[in-house]
Design a protein around this ligand. Structure first.
Ligand SMILES: [Ca+2]
Length: 185
């Protein structure tokens, strides 16, 4: 009887290990931009804040407020990935006056810990959104390249150098919440 109980507990533990949770630390933004999160102004002005007025889940969301033609990114802490493995990336966003197709999340794959000595690899985007829209799920299923060891997720309002000359009619804001990266089993 004892053997059966132990085997059952081991199977339960194995099942819990397989069902991994969100790989992004503080992806729900309830603790704000904790250690490892970075903000970057691509074209200013951009103000980054944690906002409790309009959220998708919990009581906090990330707010980016851009001046006309502004562009900003917020980068998640790095997390380990397995080469060749598929991951489901989702984030919720809402915006007012954003440029077309400029609101999305982007995966950066790294051959090591992100930094000066590491190499940045293929980039994959979630679905893009733009204009004025209520909370919308932006998602994609992505595959880690053969030499990827780590990944970061960038929440963007158009951080690509190729789109910097896109003009907006005026200031605009974008909120992000509930960023999640989960291995596809
Ligand atoms: Ca939240």
């Amino acid at each position: 009887m004892r053997t059966i109980v132990i085997v059952s507990l081991l199977l339960l533990a194995a099942g819990l290990c397989v069902a991994q949770g969100n790989l992004v630390p503080s992806g729900d933004l309830e603790q704000g931009l904790t250690e490892g999160w970075l903000t970057d102004v691509i074209v200013g002005p951009v103000e980054f804040s944690i906002d409790g007025e309009n959220v998708h889940g919990g009581t906090k969301a990330l707010l980016l407020q851009m001046g006309q033609n502004g562009r900003g990114i917020v980068r998640s802490p790095a997390f380990a990935v397995e080469p060749g493995k598929q991951y489901r990336v989702t984030v919720w966003a809402t915006a007012e006056g954003a440029p077309a197709e400029m609101v999305y999340a982007r995966v950066h794959w790294w051959a090591g810990e992100p930094g000066v000595a590491s190499s940045e690899k293929i980039k994959d985007d979630t679905r893009h959104a733009g204009g004025t829209f209520d909370w919308t799920e932006l998602a994609a299923t992505v595959t880690a390249p053969a030499d990827a060891q780590m990944a970061t997720i960038r929440l963007e309002t158009g951080g690509d150098t190729g789109v910097l000359n896109t003009e907006t009619e005026g200031p605009f804001w974008v909120r992000f919440d509930d960023l999640s990266v989960v291995p596809v089993e």
